[in-house]
Structures are given as structure tokens and as C-alpha cells.
Design a binder for this molecule. Structure first.
Ligand code: SF4
Length: 333
């Protein structure tokens, strides 16, 4: 559905600037922005994907992955079309790299979404699968309504949202699950076609300051962001700017899309990344896409006790007692 956009400004003649994400596209009349989902019609910007749902499912929150927010809870997950990145190894490229033409989607109103979440016993709504910022107007309406109805809300994002957009949605967003894909211009330009990734770090810090629960994911791609300097940079930034209690998920890349020729990330490289995180002072470092690995589990950062046992996205056993370690009584973030 087409809906007038928010956060755009007129520049000159019919040109407008979109301020939803950090690309800040200047879009002439009759044209679309970089993401192809926002169109300038006679000097007014419209989102063409308001409520256009391409994928919908109910998942445990661990699938996002989010490990420190109501472990084992069920969430309604949905995505639309388009992205402001073009990651060559994108797992969801069929929807995320959509450009124009017929939309493989179905309209669901914000009210319909909230009713669905409640009727299916979900604890909250996750905007995921494609970049949630692109249908910002819809996620904002949906998040407000979700909060009014006692549901939690979650963005699974590449973090390229503008500061203004984040500030606008912050009062209605509980969880900010953000990718930090590397720690150099080189890594970001190869993965996301952007050079300046400082803005992503800055907005993530803001999300934390605004009180959102933040978890970080780095999908380690051989030859792109698997160098020690990249992983050390991320670990040290997390500790200094978000705090040692911020969970960091280091996930295994599986060959996909335009990176089908690569091999999956060697598990030994992921384990090196895990050690970098732990040696760097982070309390909760996880390995993802490695079923059965010991570091899918949560351990007490003080005494080492096994607290939450997982297998892939399932919580097998949760030993926490009122969010505390049963052995040394340390409060777990
Ligand atoms: S949301 Fe789309 S149109 Fe707007 S600045 Fe980002 S890429 Fe450009």
C-alpha cells in the first residue's frame, strides 16, 4: 500500500531528501530512492510498502538471535521488501533485493498484525527478514499499537537508520538487534556498499542510551570480515560503548546468493572470534549456526555456572532463579 512518507524534506523544485536512513537520498520527481521502496510523486515522498508483508512466521526469540530478553518466548516475525544494503551473501535476497514491479506480498494492517500476535500467544512483534527501517511508517504505527496492547517490540536491523528516525520510534521499541558487520571501511564497503559505518555505531549507542535492550550480531564471512583486527575492533567498541553485559553473537556464514562459491566459515575461526570477545572483557559471547556447540549456552560471567542450555533456537533448560545465577546469585543481564 502506498502511504505518504514521514521524515522527508523538500530540497528544490520537485526534489526531496529522504531522512529515514543514513543514505539521505535526494530524489527527483518521478524517481525512487536507493532502496527503491520510496518514490517521489510531484514533490511528495511516498512509501510503496506500507503494510506489505512478504514473510510472516512465529519463532522463538532465540531465532533473531536474541538471548537475553525473555528466553524461550514466542514472537510474531514479519518482513516486507527491499533493503538499503546489497549484501552479496544475503540469506533473504529474494525479498531484500526486490526492486520494482509486482510485489510478492500481502497487506496486513497494524491492527491486524497486533490481533494476530495476541491470538497466537506471542509476547511481541519482531520486524525482521528485510531492513525494518524501510517500512518505517508501518513499523512506527505497529509498534505504538503493540505497546498499547501490552506487547513487546523488536527491530532486527543493519543499524543504518537515521538518528531522527530512531529517536522517533525509540519510545515504542524494546529490543534493538543490530548487525555490526565489520570494523573498517573496507569490510563495510564490500558487504553493505557503504564506507562510513561510524553512523551505525553512533545510532546503536543511542539505542542503548534510550533504554532499549541491545544485542549485536556479526556474521563472519571468510575473506570479508574474519580478520582479527575487525573482530577485535568490534569487541572493544561493544565493551567501551555499550558495556560488557551486551551479548555478542558471532555467527557462521553459509554460502549463499552471490557468495555461493565461498566455504562456510571454519568453526575454528568462530572460536577464535569467541576468544577475542571473552579476552576483550565481554560477558556473553555466543556462537551461532553451529548446532550443539557449547557456546550456544549462557554461562554465569562470574562463576562459570551453566545457566541456559540451548540447542539451535530452542531453550532446553533455563536454570536462572529470578534472573540470578543459582550458584553465586549474580544478577544476569
Ligand atoms: S530509506 Fe531508501 S530512499 Fe530513504 S534514504 Fe534510505 S535508501 Fe534512500
Amino acid at each position: 500500500m502506498k502511504r505518504e512518507a514521514i521524515l522527508f524534506e523538500k530540497v528544490e523544485d520537485e526534489k526531496v531528501r529522504c531522512n529515514i536512513c543514513q543514505r539521505n537520498c535526494v530524489i527527483p520527481g518521478g524517481k525512487r530512492g536507493w532502496c527503491m521502496t520510496r518514490v517521489n510523486y510531484k514533490g511528495t515522498l511516498y512509501s510503496s510498502i506500507y503494510g506489505e508483508v512478504s514473510s510472516l512466521s512465529i519463532n522463538p526469540i532465540e531465532k533473531k538471535p536474541v538471548f537475553h530478553f525473555y528466553p524461550g518466548s514466542r514472537w510474531l516475525s514479519l518482513g516486507s521488501l527491499g533493503c538499503n544494503f546489497r549484501c552479496p551473501g544475503c540469506q533473504n535476497w529474494e525479498i531484500a533485493h526486490w526492486k520494482e514491479g509486482p510485489m510478492p506480498s500481502e497487506y496486513i494492517s497494524p491492527e491486524g498484525l497486533v490481533s494476530k500476535a495476541k491470538a497466537t500467544g506471542c509476547m511481541g512483534i519482531s520486524w525482521t527478514f528485510n531492513e525494518p527501517t524501510l517500512w518505517f511508517e508501518y513499523t512506527l504505527d505497529g509498534a505504538k499499537l503493540a505497546k498499547d496492547n501490552g506487547l513487546y517490540t523488536n527491530y532486527v536491523t543493519n543499524g543504518f537508520i537515521s538518528e531522527r528516525a530512531l529517536e522517533m520510534i525509540a519510545p515504542f521499541l524494546d529490543v534493538y538487534r543490530v548487525d555490526i558487520k565489520g570494523f573498517s571501511e573496507k569490510a563495510y564497503s564490500r558487504i553493505g556498499q557503504i564506507k562510513d559505518f561510524e553512523g551505525i555505531l553512533k545510532v546503536t549507542e543511542k539505542a542503548r542510551q534510550k533504554g532499549m535492550h541491545v544485542e549485536i550480531v556479526t556474521n563472519v564471512i571468510p575473506g570479508f570480515n574474519d580478520q582479527e583486527t575487525e573482530l577485535r575492533g568490534i569487541a572493544s567498541w561493544i565493551k567501551s560503548n555499550l558495556g560488557p553485559d551486551t551479548p555478542w553473537h558471532i555467527t557462521r556464514f553459509h554460502p549463499h546468493h552471490r557468495l555461493s562459491h565461498l566455504s562456510p566459515t571454519p568453526i575454528s575461526d568462530l572460536e577464535k572470534g569467541w576468544s577475542i570477545g571473552k579476552d576483550g572483557g565481554l560477558w556473553y559471547v555466543y556462537l551461532g549456526n553451529v548446532p550443539g556447540h557449547r557456546n550456544e549456552n549462557t554461562f554465569c560471567h562470574r562463576c562459570g555456572e551453566l545457566l541456559i542450555e540451548r540447542y539451535v533456537f530452542e531453550v532446553i533448560k533455563n536454570r536462572l532463579e529470578e534472573d540470578k545465577c543459582p550458584r553465586c546469585k549474580t544478577q544476569i543481564a
